[in-house]
Design a protein around this ligand. Structure first.
Ligand SMILES: O=C(O)CCC(=O)C(=O)O
Ligand SMILES: [Fe+2]
Length: 366
């Protein structure tokens, strides 16, 4: 049987409460090693919080433009805040999406003498409470539930890789010292006359360890690239998250876990906008993933060998981890590349190294 895939597997979180952890772990192993993507059915997020968030999303984008611009990302050394449509570029083409970057609550811990990347984590910018009452509270509740899930999930993944449940703990700091980022994204349909391409977001890998994606409207558009380079649809399924592996986890597992290229196509003419909420789980900023070596059992490595190392590369490259950078530095470089105006204002030296010719017209997203 070939390891190639033509759909993204569904793994049911309910198996765990039915005493079927082994079955769950087997399915997770296949998804993480051969596909790099899975749907997690029945995730442990409370319905009230989720429904509340879904209701707020269109209202968030409907805020007056000047109120959105008031929390523009360029104000923030943490790269948190609002980005207008068309601010990012992937594989040479503009991404047709508008987004807010938020994050779990965190006080910036940078002090003189610390590496610059410590400044990357800190307080988010929130819209004026009176304009969208209760939104901040709902979003923070959502984020803390996804954060809790991400911890549990990492332990299950560790078992799926044949390690003890705590096998991946070395990559994290204690939860109160960590920050995770989540975006709320709007993909306008092709009716929007300001769109220049059908690229919601171009082919890319996620940078971190794990991404927990909520498809927040019933629109198709998300696609992943399989081992032979075909684009496979990942349509929304009610009561699921899409979880995928980022370049950081791929590097930490020396390619056992697979980061898979993915993209989003804009909704067609006549459609309403597509919304999504990706949550990007971070690892400790000071960790250099290449300095950690995990010992996987032979039967787990055999799955990777069978998969092979070929696979689609129709994506932007991402090599900071392999070059031995601290994860915080890898992330900071990524952020400066995708939001150069923010980088120029808050990290001018790094900006000059990355863009010696000055500010490009748009960011270059991974
Ligand atoms: O909007 C989506 O469904 C995916 C977004 C994504 O891949 C990303 O922002 O990294
Ligand atoms: Fe992504």
């Amino acid at each position: 049987m070939s390891s190639n895939f033509d759909s993204v597997p569904v793994v049911d979180y309910a198996l765990l409460s039915q005493g079927k952890e082994d079955e769950f772990v087997q399915q997770l192993r296949h998804a993480a090693i051969n596909v790099g993507f899975l749907y997690l059915a029945h995730p442990p997020i409370d319905k009230k919080t989720l429904d509340g968030l879904l209701e707020y999303i269109p209202k968030l984008f409907a805020l007056p433009q000047e109120e959105k611009d008031a929390i523009s990302m360029v104000n923030s050394q943490h790269f948190l805040g609002y980005s207008r449509l068309g601010k990012e570029l992937t594989k040479g083409a503009t991404d047709q999406r508008e987004q807010f970057d938020f994050a779990t609550q965190h006080q910036c811990r940078w002090k003189p003498g610390d590496p610059e990347y410590v400044r990357l984590w800190g307080e988010a910018q929130w819209p004026e409470e009176s304009l969208i009452p209760g939104f901040k509270d709902t979003m923070l509740r959502y984020l803390s539930q996804v954060q809790a899930l991400s911890v549990t999930f990492t332990r299950l993944l560790s078992v799926a890789f044949g390690l003890p449940p705590t096998g991946l703990d070395q990559f994290y700091d204690v939860p109160q010292n960590m920050q995770h980022r989540a975006k709320i994204v709007k993909y306008p349909s092709l009716d929007d006359t300001s769109l220049t391409t059908t690229q919601g977001v171009g082919p890319h890998f996620d940078a971190g360890f794990l991404t927990f994606l909520l498809q927040a409207s019933p629109h198709p558009g998300l696609q992943v690239q399989n081992l032979s380079g075909q684009w496979i649809d990942v349509p929304p399924i009610p009561d699921t998250f899409v979880i995928n592996i980022g370049k950081g986890l791929e590097a930490a597992t020396r390619g056992l876990a697979k980061a898979t290229s993915h993209r989003v196509l804009s909704p067609p003419k006549g459609s309403t906008p597509r919304y999504s909420v990706p949550f990007f789980q971070n690892i400790a900023q000071r960790v250099r993933v290449t300095e950690h070596s995990l010992k996987f059992p032979q039967e787990v490595l055999a799955i990777k060998e069978k998969r092979g190392t070929e696979g689609a590369t129709d994506s932007v490259n991402f090599s900071e981890y392999d070059r031995g950078e601290a994860s915080g530095q890898a992330n900071l470089i990524g952020r400066v590349k995708s939001h150069p105006d923010v980088g120029q204002r808050h990290y001018p030296d790094l900006f000059k190294q990355i863009f010696p010719k000055g500010l490009p017209a748009q960011g270059v997203a991974y």
